[in-house]
Design a protein around this ligand. Sequence first.
Ligand code: GLY
Length: 587
Amino acid sequence: MKHTNLFANHSVTFATLLLLGSWLVTCQPAPRSVAMQTTNSATPRKVGIVASQGMVSSAHPLATAVGVEILKQGGNATDAAIATFFALAVVYPRAGNIGGGGFAVCRQANGESTALDFREKAPQKASRDMYLDDKGNAQNHLSLAGHLAVGVPASVEGMVALHKKQGKLAWATLLAPAVELAAKGFALTQHEAKYLNQYSEEIIANNPKSIPQHLVKAEGWKEGDWVVHKDLAKTLRLIQEKGRAGFYEGETAALILKEIQRGKGILSQQDLDNYQAIWRTPLIGNYKKYKVITMPPPSSGGIILLQLFRATENYPLRKWGHNTAKTMHVMVEMERRVYADRSVYMGDPDFYKVPQTMLLNKNYIKSRMANINLTQKTPSQQIREGKVEQIESFETTHLSVVDKDRNAVAITTTLNGNYGCKVMVEGAGFFLNNEMDDFSIKVGVPNQFGLVGGEANAIAPNKRMLSSMTPTILADENNKLFMVVGTPGGSTIITSVYQTILNVIEHQMTMQEAVDAKKFHHQWLPDEVILEEKSFSEQLQKQLAAYGHTISYAPTLGRMDCVLVLPNGTLEGGADYTRGDNRAIGY
Ligand code: GLY
């Protein structure tokens, strides 16, 4: 059989990779960035991994290593991204997935760009008020956990579509490393052990007693524990052999539907049959001399990012300095205004006419920002009313790839919450998403990210829920690739992408410094500036309070995976190995 041969051909390489991977995870400390003297700075700079040929940056060292191996075998950026994607579904199951969905933004070496929407959809049997009780009260727990929270899984269809249009190597080759990781196992990182322990109660509550051994361990998981995903290996092999049909039809589809019926969910075979990824026209705007290529609706990320960049051009942020109170104040004021737009004007463009041209119109943005007071905050209630709630969960994941020809792929993918709806498809070994919570389940009722919404993002059968995922690629004034950026973080994705790009362009940071830099966030409601805790001085916080800002804290913000093309044409990978296990590897 063709795929078996390919698998055999590569088995030595991937076996080596597995060994390397377990060593990477268990024995090796996070890579130390290179401290380099740069021409325009007297102090040594922290530079990420630098390589001349290709670079992969993702949330897990094993997945990154898989992508680099594919590049070395002659795969292009799309091939490496697909292989990394499936590897993340094994080694990073709380966000990497085959049961969720996402977006890809790609830029070919010739400057052509594409955007793939493989966002989940509401099932055919979904209805606008499905999460309201008979008194009309929102039942958020139902959109967050369990079988009713599941949107139509979209990731496999997305990867198939990506491969069909842009892939070079055989599909089976791209799946082989993920199959092998699942079948032979890998060592848990400290972070992943911690998260499995933290979520074990919820996982047990939402799954049958026969819960697979690799999910719960009575004495708790620890770093270095070896896990084998037997059922997932079988499912991945079916996808490897049959492509789309290996997931949406036959044994896997039957297991999904059996699982959904066990929990009285509404997903049907018709939903699986009908799901299609959509190639959309990427949003392209400018920030100064850079071209910004990003994701259109049903992501809100691209519109908000371009609105922010348009507004930012009016302020001398470089002169004001990085993370000074003055810079942060004006960024927060811009953020609160564009997130207010999000709640009203953004949703699935196939169901709701998103006024994209108006939202990105220079005069509109100018008028929206006209009442920014440089010495005092504008309370969000004066911009628009709504209820407030604390942001809770941030799980999504991003990968950035650049190949030797300078093709680039940015993919952000998600199950929504950690381990999605916490339900694993029995016998198939993967978690299902809880993406239905990204809809506005009732006007004015915040979702898990504290985001509120209305008609534009109301539930309807077959509609895609609004997202904040913002995979983004920048080109320079010579139309050469400049940067590939993205992160998890729910509603905070957009502001982390925004800050990371500004950190490089305005504050002249290296890619690694831009990733490491402390982040902040404002999303209109709740009306508070969220700071990474223990990261901003008392003095700065007092200065922000003097502008009228209410401050709250998040343990971390952003977990970026990025690639920057350096002036000499080499690549700098920036991966967040302090906030997560993220790793950039180049060759
Ligand atoms: N599930 C998070 C997002 O799509 O924004």
